[in-house]
Design a protein around this ligand. Structure first.
Ligand code: ZN
Length: 400
């Protein structure tokens, strides 16, 4: 099913929407918890659902290496494999490959790299990435892009962006061409649960492919990149190459340049961003979708987001604190456990500590998205954002 966005309300540049995907509806602006290896670390799908996650992100790179796309495919795709019936977005694998640095070689054809698991030689071209994502049967697949380093000169950023655009064209041609045709010809096991009632899933695209705007911090290149992508009929557009070490000012300048030029009816996804205040800033500028490892990774490291700022649960100040992590939070963790208990679990490396911390941090992020959606619906986003950013700024000093 082609992803389609219905815009229910706008408030300034921000939009409240319903994004309809093969496996269900996503209310936007939306945050996607990251499920790197086909699991959002320590969470069951039922727990994610209970927290209000409408869509999660899967990492093509990791799933391609382990367990490999064919094993996932044998389960009817990633939904069946991980028992998550709702929408999934997969990345292209490019970002992880580029992070390997010394282990990879980029050519026009694609990227060659050594598997960090067993050292074997692996190739990732735009066509390879599409084939893997089609086998994962993600609701939204991403084009393979060349990740521009930061900082980059204009010439470096241009060369990288232009390669990304050539790869975007190849990704598009393959996804909607031979990739889907190969998928249609394969006999597949019926996924264990929720699929469209008819047999359309056998032949129709499992989802749609998003294009990614690149160009580093150079706004002229960003606009040129968007112009190229708009020549193809991508059902959604992403802004990539941010959250790479740039300043907030640089990031907002890129968004303010590119987002107003994006067609209104297409969903807009800001990749890899970020902290709660970054999400608020981007929603105000018209972004609909986000993913970031921060809430889940921070949770496992004992860094917990609260209404009064970030709490480091490892701090000895919490040793005998019988109060909840955040009295203002309605999550399962805050309703039932003390700071002293969370600190104790962390110190003893108990699995439950990771789980309770993750439940809380994901609740914090997903609750922020609910608040943003309510603020847009009620036409009070500017005031909400102003108060939120002021509070976050003020609470940075109160980090315990
Ligand atoms: Zn909580």
């Amino acid at each position: 099913m082609r992803p389609s966005l219905e815009i229910l309300a706008t408030d300034g540049a921000a939009r409240l929407g319903r994004l309809t995907l093969t496996h269900g509806v996503v209310e936007t602006p939306a945050f996607m918890p990251v499920g790197t290896y086909g699991t959002v670390k320590s969470m069951t799908p039922e727990e994610l659902d209970g927290l209000g996650a409408h869509i999660i992100l899967g990492n093509t790179f990791h799933l391609m290496l382990r367990p490999g796309p064919d094993i996932v495919d044998a389960h009817g795709g990633l939904h069946g494999f991980m028992h998550w019936p709702r929408p999934i977005l997969t990345d292209s694998g490019g970002f992880q490959v580029f992070s390997l640095r010394s282990l990879r070689k980029i050519t026009e054809e694609g990227v060659q790299f050594r598997s960090p698991i067993d050292g074997s030689a692996v190739r990732l071209t735009p066509e390879d990435s599409m084939n893997v994502q089609l086998k994962l049967r993600s609701d939204i697949a991403m084009a393979l892009d060349d990740c521009t380093p930061y900082p980059a000169t204009e010439a470096e950023a241009r060369a990288s962006m232009e390669r990304s655009m050539r790869w975007a064209e190849r990704s598009y041609a393959h996804y909607y061409g031979p990739g889907l045709e190969a998928l249609a010809g394969m006999e597949r096991a019926r996924p264990p649960f929720r699929e469209p009632a008819d047999d359309a899933w056998r032949t129709e695209p499992p989802g749609g492919l998003f294009g990614i705007v690149q160009g580093g911090m150079h706004t002229n290149l960003r606009l040129a990149s968007l112009e190229t992508l708009l020549k193809l009929d991508f059902p959604g557009l992403a802004v990539g190459g941010l959250a790479v070490g740039e300043t907030e000012e640089e990031r907002l300048r890129v968004l303010e340049t590119v987002v107003p030029q994006m067609p209104k009816e297409r969903p807009r996804y800001l990749m890899g961003v970020g902290k709660p205040e970054d999400i608020v800033q981007a929603v105000v500028r018209g972004i609909d979708m986000f993913d970031c490892v921060i809430p889940t990774r921070h949770a496992r490291n004992g860094h917990l987001f609260t209404s009064a700022g970030v709490v480091n649960i490892r701090n000895s100040a919490h040793q005998a604190d019988t109060g909840p992590l955040d009295p203002a939070c309605a999550c399962y963790t805050c309703r039932n456990y003390s700071r002293a208990y969370l600190r104790h679990l962390d110190r003893c490396n108990e699995i439950l500590g990771s789980r309770l911390n993750t439940i809380h941090n994901l609740h914090f992020y997903l609750d922020l998205m609910r608040s943003l959606r309510a603020a847009i619906a009620e036409g009070r986003l500017a005031a909400f954002a102003r108060d939120y950013l002021k509070q976050r700024q003020g609470s940075q000093d109160a980090v315990a």
